[in-house]
Design a binder for this molecule. Structure first.
Ligand code: USQ
Length: 405
Protein backbone atom coordinates (compact mmCIF):
# COMPACT_ATOMS: atom_id res chain seq x y z
CA UNK A 1 0.00 0.00 0.00
CA UNK A 2 0.99 3.62 -0.43
CA UNK A 3 0.58 5.10 3.04
CA UNK A 4 0.78 8.73 4.13
CA UNK A 5 1.86 9.13 7.76
CA UNK A 6 0.82 12.64 8.79
CA UNK A 7 2.91 13.68 11.78
CA UNK A 8 5.44 10.95 10.99
CA UNK A 9 8.28 12.79 12.75
CA UNK A 10 6.65 12.42 16.19
CA UNK A 11 6.89 9.98 19.09
CA UNK A 12 4.40 7.44 17.70
CA UNK A 13 4.50 8.64 14.08
CA UNK A 14 8.18 7.83 13.52
CA UNK A 15 8.13 4.22 14.76
CA UNK A 16 4.88 3.72 12.84
CA UNK A 17 6.49 4.93 9.61
CA UNK A 18 9.40 2.52 10.17
CA UNK A 19 7.13 -0.40 11.05
CA UNK A 20 4.99 0.07 7.94
CA UNK A 21 8.02 0.56 5.70
CA UNK A 22 9.50 -2.64 7.13
CA UNK A 23 6.31 -4.47 6.16
CA UNK A 24 6.93 -3.39 2.56
CA UNK A 25 4.54 -0.45 2.28
CA UNK A 26 5.47 2.73 0.39
CA UNK A 27 5.58 5.28 3.21
CA UNK A 28 5.33 9.06 2.88
CA UNK A 29 5.83 11.19 5.97
CA UNK A 30 4.05 14.55 5.95
CA UNK A 31 5.08 16.77 8.83
CA UNK A 32 5.56 20.48 9.59
CA UNK A 33 8.22 19.64 12.23
CA UNK A 34 6.21 21.63 14.78
CA UNK A 35 7.20 19.27 17.60
CA UNK A 36 10.83 20.25 17.08
CA UNK A 37 9.86 23.93 17.15
CA UNK A 38 7.95 23.40 20.39
CA UNK A 39 11.09 21.87 21.93
CA UNK A 40 12.88 25.09 21.00
CA UNK A 41 10.07 27.20 22.47
CA UNK A 42 10.14 25.25 25.73
CA UNK A 43 13.93 25.08 25.87
CA UNK A 44 13.95 21.28 26.12
CA UNK A 45 15.17 18.43 23.99
CA UNK A 46 14.37 14.77 23.64
CA UNK A 47 16.26 12.63 26.15
CA UNK A 48 17.49 10.59 23.21
CA UNK A 49 19.53 12.46 20.60
CA UNK A 50 17.38 12.81 17.49
CA UNK A 51 18.68 13.43 14.01
CA UNK A 52 16.85 15.49 11.41
CA UNK A 53 13.99 13.69 9.70
CA UNK A 54 15.93 13.67 6.43
CA UNK A 55 18.91 12.03 8.13
CA UNK A 56 16.67 9.47 9.83
CA UNK A 57 15.19 8.54 6.45
CA UNK A 58 18.68 8.32 4.94
CA UNK A 59 19.83 5.91 7.67
CA UNK A 60 16.71 3.79 7.21
CA UNK A 61 17.51 3.48 3.52
CA UNK A 62 21.13 2.66 4.27
CA UNK A 63 20.11 -0.06 6.76
CA UNK A 64 17.22 -1.63 4.86
CA UNK A 65 17.30 -0.50 1.25
CA UNK A 66 13.79 0.87 1.77
CA UNK A 67 12.87 4.49 1.19
CA UNK A 68 10.67 6.66 3.39
CA UNK A 69 9.74 9.90 1.64
CA UNK A 70 9.48 13.14 3.61
CA UNK A 71 7.29 16.13 2.68
CA UNK A 72 7.40 19.35 4.70
CA UNK A 73 3.79 20.48 4.86
CA UNK A 74 1.56 22.13 7.45
CA UNK A 75 -1.82 20.40 7.38
CA UNK A 76 -3.56 23.10 9.36
CA UNK A 77 -2.50 26.08 7.22
CA UNK A 78 -1.58 24.73 3.78
CA UNK A 79 -4.86 23.32 2.56
CA UNK A 80 -4.18 23.79 -1.17
CA UNK A 81 -0.78 22.07 -0.98
CA UNK A 82 -2.30 19.21 0.98
CA UNK A 83 -5.05 18.77 -1.62
CA UNK A 84 -2.49 18.88 -4.42
CA UNK A 85 -0.31 16.28 -2.73
CA UNK A 86 -3.22 13.94 -2.07
CA UNK A 87 -4.53 14.35 -5.61
CA UNK A 88 -1.13 13.55 -7.13
CA UNK A 89 -0.02 10.80 -4.74
CA UNK A 90 -3.39 9.10 -4.20
CA UNK A 91 -2.46 7.13 -1.06
CA UNK A 92 -4.36 3.93 -0.18
CA UNK A 93 -4.29 4.84 3.51
CA UNK A 94 -3.68 7.97 5.54
CA UNK A 95 -2.62 7.78 9.18
CA UNK A 96 -3.27 11.02 10.99
CA UNK A 97 -1.00 11.84 13.95
CA UNK A 98 -0.53 15.49 12.99
CA UNK A 99 -1.93 17.16 16.10
CA UNK A 100 -0.52 18.90 19.17
CA UNK A 101 -0.68 16.04 21.65
CA UNK A 102 0.22 17.31 25.14
CA UNK A 103 -2.53 18.17 27.60
CA UNK A 104 -0.28 20.35 29.82
CA UNK A 105 1.04 22.27 26.78
CA UNK A 106 -2.54 22.91 25.66
CA UNK A 107 -3.34 24.41 29.10
CA UNK A 108 -0.22 26.57 29.54
CA UNK A 109 -1.69 29.93 28.50
CA UNK A 110 -4.55 31.24 26.40
CA UNK A 111 -2.14 31.36 23.43
CA UNK A 112 -1.44 27.64 23.79
CA UNK A 113 -5.17 26.89 23.98
CA UNK A 114 -5.80 28.87 20.80
CA UNK A 115 -2.88 27.23 19.02
CA UNK A 116 -3.97 23.72 19.99
CA UNK A 117 -7.57 24.25 18.85
CA UNK A 118 -6.59 25.98 15.60
CA UNK A 119 -3.92 23.46 14.76
CA UNK A 120 -5.72 20.24 15.65
CA UNK A 121 -9.19 21.10 14.41
CA UNK A 122 -8.01 22.65 11.16
CA UNK A 123 -5.57 19.82 10.47
CA UNK A 124 -8.32 17.23 10.82
CA UNK A 125 -10.94 19.18 8.92
CA UNK A 126 -8.56 20.14 6.10
CA UNK A 127 -7.68 16.50 5.66
CA UNK A 128 -11.32 15.38 5.55
CA UNK A 129 -12.33 18.12 3.09
CA UNK A 130 -9.33 17.34 0.86
CA UNK A 131 -10.11 13.60 0.85
CA UNK A 132 -13.65 14.34 -0.32
CA UNK A 133 -12.56 16.90 -2.91
CA UNK A 134 -9.88 14.69 -4.46
CA UNK A 135 -12.22 11.69 -4.43
CA UNK A 136 -9.59 9.42 -2.93
CA UNK A 137 -10.95 6.28 -1.30
CA UNK A 138 -8.13 6.12 1.26
CA UNK A 139 -8.72 4.48 4.63
CA UNK A 140 -8.17 7.21 7.23
CA UNK A 141 -6.75 5.98 10.53
CA UNK A 142 -6.70 8.63 13.25
CA UNK A 143 -4.82 8.61 16.53
CA UNK A 144 -7.41 9.63 19.06
CA UNK A 145 -7.25 9.26 22.82
CA UNK A 146 -8.93 7.43 25.69
CA UNK A 147 -9.01 10.85 27.34
CA UNK A 148 -11.98 12.00 25.25
CA UNK A 149 -14.11 10.22 27.85
CA UNK A 150 -12.63 11.96 30.87
CA UNK A 151 -11.76 10.03 33.96
CA UNK A 152 -14.61 9.97 36.38
CA UNK A 153 -15.57 6.59 37.79
CA UNK A 154 -18.33 5.13 35.61
CA UNK A 155 -18.68 1.73 37.22
CA UNK A 156 -19.02 -0.02 33.85
CA UNK A 157 -16.52 -0.84 31.11
CA UNK A 158 -15.89 1.88 28.51
CA UNK A 159 -17.05 0.30 25.23
CA UNK A 160 -15.28 0.74 21.90
CA UNK A 161 -16.83 3.98 20.75
CA UNK A 162 -20.54 3.31 20.91
CA UNK A 163 -22.99 3.02 23.78
CA UNK A 164 -26.25 1.09 23.73
CA UNK A 165 -29.02 3.33 25.03
CA UNK A 166 -32.76 3.01 25.37
CA UNK A 167 -34.76 6.15 24.54
CA UNK A 168 -38.32 6.71 25.71
CA UNK A 169 -40.45 7.62 22.68
CA UNK A 170 -44.24 8.16 22.45
CA UNK A 171 -44.38 4.63 20.97
CA UNK A 172 -42.45 3.08 23.81
CA UNK A 173 -38.75 2.48 24.50
CA UNK A 174 -36.39 2.31 21.50
CA UNK A 175 -32.84 0.96 21.44
CA UNK A 176 -30.07 2.98 19.82
CA UNK A 177 -26.29 3.08 19.64
CA UNK A 178 -24.77 6.52 20.12
CA UNK A 179 -21.20 7.81 20.26
CA UNK A 180 -20.05 7.26 23.83
CA UNK A 181 -20.39 10.71 25.46
CA UNK A 182 -17.20 12.72 25.68
CA UNK A 183 -16.07 14.60 28.76
CA UNK A 184 -12.60 15.92 27.93
CA UNK A 185 -10.35 17.06 30.76
CA UNK A 186 -8.06 19.43 28.82
CA UNK A 187 -8.14 21.62 25.72
CA UNK A 188 -6.05 18.99 23.96
CA UNK A 189 -8.51 16.22 24.82
CA UNK A 190 -11.34 18.55 23.78
CA UNK A 191 -9.88 18.84 20.26
CA UNK A 192 -9.88 15.05 19.96
CA UNK A 193 -13.52 15.05 21.03
CA UNK A 194 -14.28 17.56 18.27
CA UNK A 195 -12.44 15.29 15.83
CA UNK A 196 -14.92 12.52 16.64
CA UNK A 197 -17.83 14.65 15.46
CA UNK A 198 -15.99 15.64 12.28
CA UNK A 199 -15.38 11.97 11.54
CA UNK A 200 -18.99 11.02 12.21
CA UNK A 201 -20.18 13.70 9.78
CA UNK A 202 -17.79 12.86 6.93
CA UNK A 203 -18.39 9.11 7.24
CA UNK A 204 -22.16 9.56 7.02
CA UNK A 205 -22.21 12.42 4.46
CA UNK A 206 -19.41 11.41 2.09
CA UNK A 207 -18.84 7.75 2.82
CA UNK A 208 -15.27 8.30 4.01
CA UNK A 209 -13.77 5.16 5.52
CA UNK A 210 -12.47 6.11 8.95
CA UNK A 211 -10.98 4.31 11.94
CA UNK A 212 -10.45 6.24 15.18
CA UNK A 213 -7.99 4.74 17.65
CA UNK A 214 -8.61 5.78 21.23
CA UNK A 215 -5.14 5.33 22.58
CA UNK A 216 -4.01 5.22 26.20
CA UNK A 217 -0.77 6.60 27.61
CA UNK A 218 2.22 5.27 25.73
CA UNK A 219 5.28 4.02 27.57
CA UNK A 220 8.61 2.66 26.36
CA UNK A 221 10.80 4.06 23.62
CA UNK A 222 12.14 1.32 21.33
CA UNK A 223 10.44 -0.73 18.68
CA UNK A 224 12.03 -3.52 16.62
CA UNK A 225 12.90 -0.99 13.91
CA UNK A 226 14.16 1.93 16.03
CA UNK A 227 16.60 -0.50 17.68
CA UNK A 228 18.30 -1.24 14.39
CA UNK A 229 20.56 1.81 14.37
CA UNK A 230 21.41 4.44 16.96
CA UNK A 231 20.30 7.18 14.53
CA UNK A 232 16.85 5.62 14.15
CA UNK A 233 16.18 6.05 17.85
CA UNK A 234 12.78 7.34 18.88
CA UNK A 235 12.27 10.63 20.71
CA UNK A 236 11.75 10.43 24.48
CA UNK A 237 10.10 13.33 26.31
CA UNK A 238 10.67 13.81 30.01
CA UNK A 239 9.76 17.47 30.60
CA UNK A 240 6.72 18.65 32.54
CA UNK A 241 4.66 19.34 29.42
CA UNK A 242 5.37 16.51 27.00
CA UNK A 243 6.71 13.73 29.22
CA UNK A 244 4.01 11.16 30.01
CA UNK A 245 3.68 9.78 33.47
CA UNK A 246 5.41 6.40 33.39
CA UNK A 247 8.29 7.50 31.16
CA UNK A 248 8.75 10.50 33.48
CA UNK A 249 8.92 8.28 36.56
CA UNK A 250 11.51 6.11 34.85
CA UNK A 251 13.86 8.96 33.97
CA UNK A 252 13.30 10.55 37.36
CA UNK A 253 14.41 7.28 38.97
CA UNK A 254 17.45 7.19 36.69
CA UNK A 255 18.66 10.64 37.78
CA UNK A 256 17.73 10.31 41.45
CA UNK A 257 14.90 12.82 41.19
CA UNK A 258 11.84 12.22 43.40
CA UNK A 259 8.94 10.67 41.47
CA UNK A 260 6.46 13.49 40.83
CA UNK A 261 3.08 12.05 41.81
CA UNK A 262 0.20 14.51 41.42
CA UNK A 263 -2.14 14.57 44.41
CA UNK A 264 -2.75 11.16 45.91
CA UNK A 265 -1.78 9.43 42.67
CA UNK A 266 -5.24 7.91 42.68
CA UNK A 267 -5.79 8.56 38.96
CA UNK A 268 -6.26 5.33 37.03
CA UNK A 269 -5.23 5.47 33.39
CA UNK A 270 -4.99 3.19 30.37
CA UNK A 271 -1.51 2.26 29.08
CA UNK A 272 0.10 0.72 26.02
CA UNK A 273 3.69 -0.02 25.04
CA UNK A 274 5.05 1.79 21.96
CA UNK A 275 5.68 -1.55 20.21
CA UNK A 276 2.00 -2.45 20.64
CA UNK A 277 0.94 0.97 19.27
CA UNK A 278 2.61 0.34 15.94
CA UNK A 279 1.25 -3.21 15.81
CA UNK A 280 -2.28 -1.92 16.51
CA UNK A 281 -2.00 0.53 13.63
CA UNK A 282 -0.98 -2.33 11.35
CA UNK A 283 -3.99 -4.35 12.57
CA UNK A 284 -6.37 -1.41 12.14
CA UNK A 285 -5.13 -0.93 8.56
CA UNK A 286 -5.90 -4.55 7.77
CA UNK A 287 -9.50 -4.18 8.94
CA UNK A 288 -10.82 -1.10 7.12
CA UNK A 289 -14.50 -0.20 7.26
CA UNK A 290 -16.44 -0.08 3.99
CA UNK A 291 -17.74 3.16 2.52
CA UNK A 292 -21.06 4.03 4.14
CA UNK A 293 -20.21 2.24 7.40
CA UNK A 294 -19.99 4.23 10.59
CA UNK A 295 -16.59 5.22 11.99
CA UNK A 296 -14.82 2.20 13.45
CA UNK A 297 -13.54 2.94 16.94
CA UNK A 298 -10.97 0.88 18.83
CA UNK A 299 -9.72 1.30 22.38
CA UNK A 300 -5.98 1.14 21.79
CA UNK A 301 -4.73 0.21 25.24
CA UNK A 302 -3.63 -2.98 26.91
CA UNK A 303 -3.76 -2.45 30.69
CA UNK A 304 -4.87 0.04 33.32
CA UNK A 305 -2.87 1.24 36.30
CA UNK A 306 -3.20 3.69 39.14
CA UNK A 307 -0.51 6.42 39.09
CA UNK A 308 0.58 5.77 42.70
CA UNK A 309 0.94 2.03 41.99
CA UNK A 310 3.25 2.86 39.10
CA UNK A 311 5.27 5.19 41.31
CA UNK A 312 5.54 2.50 43.98
CA UNK A 313 6.56 -0.08 41.41
CA UNK A 314 9.30 2.16 39.97
CA UNK A 315 10.39 3.10 43.49
CA UNK A 316 10.54 -0.57 44.46
CA UNK A 317 12.65 -1.34 41.37
CA UNK A 318 15.08 1.53 41.74
CA UNK A 319 14.90 2.85 45.31
CA UNK A 320 13.64 6.26 44.07
CA UNK A 321 11.82 8.48 46.57
CA UNK A 322 8.28 9.65 45.87
CA UNK A 323 7.24 13.33 46.06
CA UNK A 324 3.50 13.78 46.63
CA UNK A 325 2.78 17.10 44.90
CA UNK A 326 -0.23 19.40 44.65
CA UNK A 327 -1.98 18.44 41.41
CA UNK A 328 -1.65 21.17 38.74
CA UNK A 329 -4.52 19.55 36.80
CA UNK A 330 -8.24 19.68 37.41
CA UNK A 331 -9.00 15.98 37.60
CA UNK A 332 -10.66 13.52 39.96
CA UNK A 333 -8.37 12.62 42.89
CA UNK A 334 -9.29 8.98 42.57
CA UNK A 335 -11.02 7.13 39.75
CA UNK A 336 -11.64 3.59 38.57
CA UNK A 337 -11.31 2.70 34.93
CA UNK A 338 -12.45 -0.42 33.11
CA UNK A 339 -11.89 -0.47 29.35
CA UNK A 340 -12.76 -3.07 26.75
CA UNK A 341 -10.23 -3.78 24.00
CA UNK A 342 -11.75 -6.92 22.52
CA UNK A 343 -11.41 -5.80 18.90
CA UNK A 344 -7.60 -5.67 18.86
CA UNK A 345 -7.35 -8.89 20.85
CA UNK A 346 -9.61 -10.61 18.32
CA UNK A 347 -7.41 -9.26 15.48
CA UNK A 348 -4.42 -11.00 17.09
CA UNK A 349 -2.76 -8.43 19.36
CA UNK A 350 -0.60 -10.05 22.04
CA UNK A 351 -0.01 -7.25 24.52
CA UNK A 352 3.35 -6.41 26.02
CA UNK A 353 2.80 -5.85 29.72
CA UNK A 354 4.67 -3.84 32.29
CA UNK A 355 5.28 -7.04 34.18
CA UNK A 356 7.54 -8.38 31.42
CA UNK A 357 10.61 -6.57 32.62
CA UNK A 358 10.57 -4.01 29.85
CA UNK A 359 10.57 -1.24 32.40
CA UNK A 360 14.18 -2.09 33.09
CA UNK A 361 14.98 -1.51 29.43
CA UNK A 362 13.55 2.00 29.66
CA UNK A 363 15.55 2.71 32.80
CA UNK A 364 18.63 1.65 30.81
CA UNK A 365 17.76 4.18 28.08
CA UNK A 366 17.23 6.82 30.75
CA UNK A 367 20.58 6.04 32.44
CA UNK A 368 22.44 6.03 29.12
CA UNK A 369 21.26 9.53 28.23
CA UNK A 370 20.89 10.97 31.73
CA UNK A 371 23.62 13.53 31.00
CA UNK A 372 21.21 15.21 28.53
CA UNK A 373 18.55 15.91 31.16
CA UNK A 374 17.94 19.45 32.35
CA UNK A 375 16.56 18.93 35.88
CA UNK A 376 14.93 22.35 35.83
CA UNK A 377 12.58 21.13 33.06
CA UNK A 378 11.29 18.15 35.04
CA UNK A 379 8.59 19.85 37.18
CA UNK A 380 5.09 19.95 35.67
CA UNK A 381 4.10 23.59 36.14
CA UNK A 382 1.32 24.07 33.61
CA UNK A 383 -1.81 24.60 35.73
CA UNK A 384 -5.37 23.98 34.57
CA UNK A 385 -6.77 27.12 36.28
CA UNK A 386 -5.43 30.33 37.79
CA UNK A 387 -6.34 29.03 41.27
CA UNK A 388 -4.40 25.80 40.76
CA UNK A 389 -1.43 27.84 39.51
CA UNK A 390 -1.11 29.35 43.00
CA UNK A 391 -0.14 26.02 44.54
CA UNK A 392 1.96 24.42 41.81
CA UNK A 393 5.21 23.00 43.18
CA UNK A 394 8.10 24.40 41.13
CA UNK A 395 10.76 22.65 43.21
CA UNK A 396 9.87 18.98 43.85
CA UNK A 397 13.49 18.31 44.84
CA UNK A 398 13.24 20.88 47.63
CA UNK A 399 16.62 22.30 46.65
CA UNK A 400 15.77 25.97 46.60
CA UNK A 401 16.58 27.96 49.73
CA UNK A 402 13.42 28.60 51.68
CA UNK A 403 12.75 31.45 54.03
CA UNK A 404 12.23 30.30 57.62
CA UNK A 405 11.03 33.61 59.01
N1 USQ B 1 0.90 12.63 36.36
C1 USQ B 1 1.56 12.58 37.57
N2 USQ B 1 2.86 12.98 37.59
C2 USQ B 1 3.53 13.40 36.48
C3 USQ B 1 2.85 13.43 35.25
C4 USQ B 1 1.52 13.05 35.22
O1 USQ B 1 1.02 12.19 38.61
O2 USQ B 1 4.72 13.73 36.60
C5 USQ B 1 -0.51 12.21 36.30
C6 USQ B 1 -1.45 13.25 35.70
O3 USQ B 1 -1.92 14.15 36.69
C7 USQ B 1 -2.53 12.36 35.10
C8 USQ B 1 -1.79 11.09 34.70
O4 USQ B 1 -0.57 11.10 35.41
O5 USQ B 1 -3.46 12.02 36.07
C9 USQ B 1 -1.52 10.97 33.22
O6 USQ B 1 -0.79 12.08 32.75
P1 USQ B 1 0.10 11.97 31.40
O7 USQ B 1 0.82 13.27 31.23
O8 USQ B 1 0.91 10.73 31.42
O9 USQ B 1 -1.02 11.72 30.26
P2 USQ B 1 -2.06 12.69 29.54
O10 USQ B 1 -1.89 14.11 29.90
O11 USQ B 1 -3.41 12.09 29.78
O12 USQ B 1 -1.72 12.57 27.99
C10 USQ B 1 -1.02 11.49 27.39
C11 USQ B 1 -0.54 11.92 26.01
C12 USQ B 1 -1.76 12.17 25.13
C13 USQ B 1 -2.65 10.95 25.11
C14 USQ B 1 -3.04 10.56 26.50
C15 USQ B 1 -3.78 9.27 26.55
O13 USQ B 1 0.28 13.07 26.08
O14 USQ B 1 -1.33 12.49 23.82
O15 USQ B 1 -3.81 11.23 24.36
O16 USQ B 1 -1.84 10.36 27.29
S1 USQ B 1 -4.98 9.24 27.81
O17 USQ B 1 -4.34 9.64 29.09
O18 USQ B 1 -5.51 7.91 27.90
O19 USQ B 1 -5.97 10.24 27.49
Amino acid sequence: MRIAVLGGDGFVGWPTALHLSDLGHEVHIIDNLSRRWIDTELGVQSLTPMDSIQERCRIWHQETGRRIHFHLLDLATEYERLKLWLGESRPDAVIHFAEQRAAPYSMKTDRHKVYTVNNNTNATHNLLAALVETGIDAHLVHLGTMGVYGYSTVGAPIPEGYLDVVIDTPNGPREQQILYPTRPGSVYHMTKSLDQILFQFYAQNDGLRITDLHQGIVWGTHTDQTRRHEQLINRFDYDGDYGTVLNRFLIQAAIDYPLTVHGTGGQTRAFIHIQDCVRCIELALSDAPKSGERVRIFNQMTETHRVRDLAEMVSGMTGAKIAWLPNPRKEADENDLIVTNDQFLSLGLQPITLAEGLLAEVVDVARKYAHRIDRSRVPAVSAWTKDLAQRVEHDPEGKRLRSVS
